[in-house]
Design a protein around this ligand. Structure first.
Ligand code: NAD
Length: 468
């Protein structure tokens, strides 16, 4: 029997069936996770609904619980980090950092004020705009940062007085199951329920009558299905979807200065980051130097089992994604691109792929136009800045982007012309709990984080008191 149990109504719950969870470093099944059936999902939804009245009534208790949850993650970061490395593949140091980051987010929201605005106070009326919880939140997460992204939803949703049913990706269910288990002693029964299963379980959740809000992070294709499923019941949705972030170097950028940051922002978590740099636009004059600097770093990167000390990049998380990255790289090479570093899977068990830098790649190549979500970065030459901006913006994606140059004011002016939710200058992937994060166009609907993210888990209520 699996050691990992779901959390429903504060209890440890097994399922009649389980499914295998693969360690991507070996390609072998490492653990079993419960496969939640429809009756158990009903129980979880009902438990969340029943927990609402008490939970929404006591703001001080909610803040205290979020603080305690943060302390618990800080205390158990390595233990939960090991589970995360096992199922996700990322190096243990990064996995532990992810758990600690989740704690930081919890602490931020535990202290965040719930805004209450007075919009009229005269002899006629006192009118306030207040925020009310929505009810039960169905939270659905992907496999790249399963724990952190669950907390991005949980912390603001619970602070606002909602309760939650959380479903992680079937590729990475274990860390969320651990989270549910760890928080049983901290949160009242039913406030957080964690269920695991396949994609069908996500579809049951979005079609279920109880949740009033769906908070979804994942691919554009699934995001559209979620939006469609939410529509008949007018459930509220926040959709955090894919990205194809451009980085544009200006002609005064110094390759030696920017290369480390560019490389990190493209290859962190093996490129499996929604807002990783996924294409780099470089002026002709700097092109050779930038390609060489990135290729040097790719060639020097240490790839291996995330449990091994000193490893910087683990395997790709799952076989379909591993095959997709291989396909996109092979397609680019067949189309005339050059592998300045890497270019192929690494022989042996597990889903390892060489950190790959592709030069002489043209727009119109699949790896430029699609989201690769893996350790392969196309570097594209440009002549004219307006043309580079048009190519950067010429996509359905609009999550984030960055502009790099010695003159930060000029770079900021160019960054302002990017059509995306976050426009960075001389940095990329700088995320923080107080900074709203979301996408333009197909990259999403709504934002997470900060007061704006908190609003996404509330309904506006006007409280109008007549005075005369
Ligand atoms: P995915 O869309 O395949 O799956 C995401 C989640 O949705 C999983 O839990 C899955 O089981 C569930 N699901 C699948 N079908 C469903 C359905 N019909 N109804 C409801 N739920 C369903 O995405 P993935 O491959 O796990 O994640 C990678 C994608 O996530 C990438 O595109 C990446 O850019 C994106 N992402 C976005 C953000 C962001 O904040 N914008 C963050 C991380 C990842």
């Amino acid at each position: 029997m699996s050691d990992f149990t779901m959390t429903i109504g504060g209890r440890a719950v097994t399922a009649p069936r389980t499914f295998g969870v693969i360690n991507p470093a070996t390609g072998e099944v490492a653990e079993q996770a419960p496969d939640c059936g429809p009756e158990q999902l009903d129980e979880a939804m009902t438990a969340a609904r029943d927990a609402l009245p008490e939970w929404r009534a006591d703001e001080a208790a909610r803040r205290k619980a979020l603080q305690a949850a943060a302390d618990l993650l800080f205390a158990r970061s390595e233990e939960i980090g090991r589970v995360l490395t096992l199922e996700q593949g990322k190096p243990l140091k990064d996995a532990t950092t992810e758990v600690l980051g989740a704690g930081v987010w919890l602490k931020y929201f535990a202290d965040l004020e719930l805004p209450r605005e007075v919009i009229q106070d005269d002899d006629k009326a006192l009118v306030e705009v207040v925020r009310r919880p929505m009810g039960v939140v169905a939270a659905i997460t992907p496999w790249n940062y399963p724990l952190l992204l669950a907390i991005w939803k949980l912390a603001p949703a619970l602070l606002a007085g909602n309760t939650m049913v959380l479903k992680p990706s079937p590729f990475t269910p274990l860390s969320s199951l651990k989270l549910g288990e760890a928080l049983r002693g901290v949160l009242p029964d039913g406030v957080l329920n964690v269920v695991t299963g396949g994609d069908g379980l996500g579809a049951w959740m979005t079609g279920h009558e109880i949740p009033r809000k769906i908070s979804f992070t994942g691919s554009v294709a699934t995001g559209k299905r979620v939006a469609a499923a939410a529509a008949p019941d007018l459930k509220r949705v926040t959709l955090e979807l894919g990205g194809n972030d451009p980085a544009i170097l200006l002609d005064d950028a110094d390759p030696a200065v920017v290369a480390d940051k560019l490389f990190r922002a493209a290859f962190t978590n093996n490129g499996q980051v929604c807002s990783a740099i996924k294409r780099v636009y470089v002026p002709e004059s700097l092109y050779g130097d930038v390609v060489d600097a990135l290729a040097d770093r790719a060639a020097a990167a240490k790839v291996g089992d995330g449990m091994t000390e000193g490893v910087q990049y683990g395997p790709i998380n799952n076989r379909p994604q591993f095959e997709r990255v291989g396909e996109l790289v092979a397609d680019a090479l067949a189309g005339g691109a050059r592998a300045a570093a890497g270019g192929k899977p690494i022989d042996g068990p597990g889903y390892f792929f060489e950190p790959t830098v592709l030069a002489d790649v043209a727009d119109g190549t699949r790896i430029v136009d699609e989201e690769q979500f893996g350790p392969a970065l196309p570097v594209i030459k440009y002549r004219d800045l307006d043309e580079a901006l048009a190519r950067a913006n010429g996509t359905h994606f609009g999550l984030s982007g960055s502009v790099w140059g010695a003159d930060a004011d000029r770079a900021a002016e160019v960054a302002g012309r990017l059509e995306c939710g976050t426009a960075w200058v001389n940095t990329h992937l700088a995320l923080a709990p107080h900074q709203p994060f979301g996408g333009f166009k197909w990259s999403g609907v709504g934002v997470e984080n900060g007061t704006w993210g908190l609003y996404g888990f509330t309904e506006i209520q006007v409280l109008h008191r007549a005075k005369s």
